[in-house]
Design a protein. Sequence first.
Length: 234
Amino acid sequence: MKTIIYSIIFSLFSSSNIALATEDSNLNWTQMSNENNIVIFEGEISKDGVIPLKGTLIINSSIEKVAAILDDSSLKSSWLPAIQDLSLLSKSSPYKKVEFYQVEMPFIISDRTFIVESKASINSAKDEIFVTVKSVQDKRNLDSSNVRGNVQNSYIRIKKISNNQTLIEGVFYTDPKGYVPNWVVTRFTRKFCRESLLKLKVLTEKKTISKSTLKRYANLMNSYIEQNIVADSN
């Protein structure tokens, strides 16, 4: 019985990942830059004017350390540029949380806010963490003075290369909403993506993470299927 439930859970997460990966592979990506081993691609502009971005890099740290840095909301202002405010709204499990962001926009454009849900699934066989990222609604009145942006069909893939090397691939569709000239959005998002990845790499490789924290994230990765089996059966 446990094997059957395991198969169902695994197939559900695999299907969602495949759907996103297929959508990504159908895009025609154009490489825009390759600086400091950070490669940035742009996809074709969508009907609503959103320009999808993809960035890849290799961080010289373990996958557990990368996961710990990415998951720590208090550290995000250290590697996400233009973040004016960030707060954790909810964390229903170690694998799912909702955060509020206020992002400073360039020139005379007003700041944008985002309410974003991050949900992780883990494929131990591939030594891979797959995090879907999307905007969600929230009933609380969170900074209604600024335009609320939208994140859709986005993900972060974290893959172990070796014990001390991890590949990160991020695909983001971010619509700032409101009236923003396309050239401003393009320039801002390119810079934001490149600087974020570079700062993440520097922070992860320099910051010391305790052995107990690294062990906790290793345990979370190893116990992912078991926890989701229990949650599904209740």
